[in-house]
Design a protein around this ligand. Structure first.
Ligand SMILES: [Zn+2]
Length: 352
């Protein structure tokens, strides 16, 4: 054969540059039909993300799900019991979260250094394996897998939390902050994806369609879930879901405010708080929260989150803008007290 050298080189380069990436439809239960980035291996689709290192989905861990390339990935609604469908939803959700972290929060990968963690979809609570792996266990109460955008963002939000400085902490209050942070990342992921089937909102787990007709959690008013939305001296003794209430509530007030309108619900202000809070939008709220997490310590408390988020708002937007003032007002609105060494939203050197 007489193939021109330049043509053969071009073909080899095309094959070697990105030989295995394909973007294909996934027929989701939670998300409708969406596109996901996976790997083509000969005649098989492998649910390994070739663009986001470490991201994959298994139905028989540790082997990533692999299927003939001409078999559709997922069966859509109403087949919530299909674990392949769950892996399709999972890949879409974690890919949107990865991109949200990059585009909105300036974070490189789930772990901050360009990496991710594999997921396993399981019928029953699996035998523990050493991290890193993220589990999504079939919910019998909902008859589907918890692989919606907000719940994928929640579980991978725990990975973000433990890979920011200070790690995850050990006591109830740090577990509560970890849980609240996970819901914040779930909400950010849902808003970034802007999916037409699972529309962005400020509730968590609504697309499970539990028999109660309720979502798992309401960020704008944790009392609807029987959890405190206001900080008090009970929080350090509360279990994580309850101890996370004030953080979810704070984030909603920061993003949307107490009376946002535009289809977003009103949010109560705790006794002794300001008359009202005006939100600064979810992207700014997310950037400020990420900035605070980047200065987390092992023994983080609500009061330390308050101080760190004020510092983050000042670093991002300066002390005099609405951002710093709203961070402060939103903490006041959920009764997290100011600390003597809190960064000040006032000018650093006031004139006399
Ligand atoms: Zn959690």
């Amino acid at each position: 054969m007489n193939i021109p050298v330049y043509a053969a080189t071009a073909v080899m380069m095309a094959l070697s540059l990105n030989p295995t990436h394909v973007r294909v439809p996934a027929y989701g239960y939670h998300n409708g039909t969406v596109l996901i980035d996976i790997t083509l291996e000969r005649a098989y689709h492998s649910l390994v993300d070739p663009l986001r290192p470490g991201i994959s989905c298994s139905t028989h861990y540790p082997t990533p799900l692999k299927m003939p390339f001409d078999v559709p990935i997922g069966s859509g609604r109403p087949w919530g019991r299909n674990s392949v469908t769950a892996c399709g939803d999972l890949m879409y959700g974690v890919q949107r979260m990865w991109d949200m972290l990059r585009d909105w929060l300036g974070r490189d990968g789930i772990d901050g250094v360009g990496g991710g963690v594999p997921a396993r979809v399981e019928w029953n609570p699996p035998a523990p394996v050493p991290p890193p792996v993220v589990d999504f266990v079939f919910r019998r109460d909902a008859d589907n897998f918890p692989t919606s955008l907000d719940l994928v963002g929640h579980e991978y939000g725990h990975v973000v939390y433990r890979t920011t400085p200070g790690g995850a902490g050990e006591d109830n209050e740090s577990h509560g902050l970890n849980e609240g942070a996970a819901d914040i990342f779930g909400t950010l992921t849902e808003w970034y994806a802007n999916n037409t089937v699972d529309r962005p909102d400020y509730v968590i787990g609504e697309s499970l369609e539990l028999p109660s007709g309720l979502p798992l959690r309401h960020t704008y008013d944790p009392s609807l879930d029987g959890h405190p939305g206001c900080y008090s001296d009970q929080i350090p003794d509360a279990e994580a879901p309850a101890a996370s209430g004030p953080l979810r509530h704070w984030f909603y007030l920061l993003a949307e405010g107490s009376h946002p309108g535009g289809g977003n619900p009103a949010s109560p202000i705790c006794a002794g708080g300001p008359a009202a809070v005006s939100g600064i939008g979810i992207q700014k709220a997310g950037k400020i929260f990420m900035g605070a997490l980047n200065h987390k310590t092992h023994s983080w408390r609500y009061t330390s989150a308050r101080s760190a988020s004020l510092a983050a708002a000042i670093a991002l937007y300066g002390p005099l803008g609405p951002e710093c003032a709203t961070v402060q007002a939103a903490w006041d609105a959920v009764n997290v007290p100011s600390q003597p060494d809190d960064p000040s939203c006032a000018p650093p050197h006031p004139g006399t």
